[in-house]
Design a protein. Structure first.
Length: 331
């Protein structure tokens, strides 16, 4: 296991080889384990504002997903399921038996898939401005999935263009214009795309998560399987990447979930309001007992399917049918 100092502070970045690829991660603190999964084009540094605070009570594991940050960027499996497998393998390597899994944006989709594939490893689930809860996504993300967008992405990474664009974005981020909260995150992603291997990995991940019509990944059809797992949903009220309406959709899918909406935050609430985020996450973990996987109960729920959702759908269909009949009689 290799280690070097993180350039953003004194957190050591460790590196291990799993399946022939180098995986980078931060491991710090002590206590119950927290797995923090970042979003597309980002890396473990997005959690930098909250890691030290969380490490006072928890063992914090913040990896760089394959194709991101200091992890290798090979031509490989960048699917959501592949990332979930990678999280399982990292925990096994580190001898961590179970975690509270926290996923931001694309990382939320990975966290949900991880919970679905390995429920026995999950104590709690925390979704932060998560993908997988509806089709809506910023038009810029959809545009980057269109064939032919690759050369434009490469063009934007030319040094002289970057020297113009980044200062302009930084000035825009300092304003109070709508969406300015999310520009810092855009800069973080844009800076990583200067590397050709990072751009290739970014496009592979993006194609697995979205297309020109919006998000492809979804947990909606399987959300009922997570209703026995303590869940918290955190969102920014001014999120321009994935709209806050998805937070309320998550609450409807998982009625037991705790919902935290930071009204003035953007797509990265843990960067916008780190103290509030750390406090909310810590309180949630300390207030809720860990989930305990019961294979028999899981099987029964799977066989029964999403009965409450089916009843809502049938009720809606019945209501629409009644409205149609009434309109026909009136006519």
């Amino acid at each position: 296991m290799q280690s070097n100092m993180d350039e953003w502070g004194d957190l050591p970045v460790q590196k291990v080889h799993i399946h022939g690829y180098e995986r980078a991660f931060v491991l710090t603190g002590s206590g119950p384990a927290l797995l923090l999964i970042h979003g597309i084009g980002m890396n473990h540094r997005t959690w930098r504002p909250v890691i030290e605070d969380l490490a006072k009570n928890f063992t914090v594991i913040a990896p760089d997903l394959l194709g991101h940050g200091e992890s290798d960027k090979p031509r490989a499996d960048y699917s959501i399921g592949g990332y979930a497998n990678a999280m399982r393998d990292l925990l096994l390597f580190l001898d961590v038996p179970s975690v509270t899994v926290v996923g931001h944006s694309l990382g939320g989709g990975v966290a949900m898939q991880f919970t679905y594939q390995f429920p026995q490893l999950v104590e709690r689930l925390v979704l932060v401005a998560s993908g997988g809860l509806g089709r809506s996504v910023n038009p810029l993300i959809r545009a980057m999935t269109i064939p032919g967008s690759g050369p434009l992405l490469a063009l934007s990474a030319i040094p002289r263009i970057r020297r113009t664009v980044i200062p302009w974005l930084e000035r825009a981020a300092s304003t109070d214009f709508p969406g300015s909260h999310d520009i810092h995150g855009m800069i973080e992603v844009y800076e990583d795309l200067a590397d050709a291997h990072s751009r290739a990995a970014f496009r592979h991940v993006l194609r697995a998560a979205a297309d020109w019509r919006g998000q492809v990944i979804t947990m909606i059809d399987r959300a009922y399987l997570a209703r026995h797992i303590p869940t918290m949903v955190v969102w920014g009220g001014r999120d321009l990447m994935i709209p806050v309406k998805h937070a309320y959709a998550a609450k409807e899918l998982l009625p037991q979930a705790r919902l935290e909406v930071f009204a003035d935050a953007g797509h990265v609430p843990h960067e916008d309001y780190p103290e509030r985020f750390s406090a909310a996450l810590t309180e949630f973990i300390l207030d809720t007992p860990s989930a305990h996987y019961d294979g028999t109960a899981f099987q029964q729920v799977l066989r029964a399917g999403d009965q409450p959702r089916r009843r809502r759908v049938e009720k809606t269909r019945t209501a629409k049918a009644s409205e149609s009949e009434t309109e026909a009689v009136s006519a």
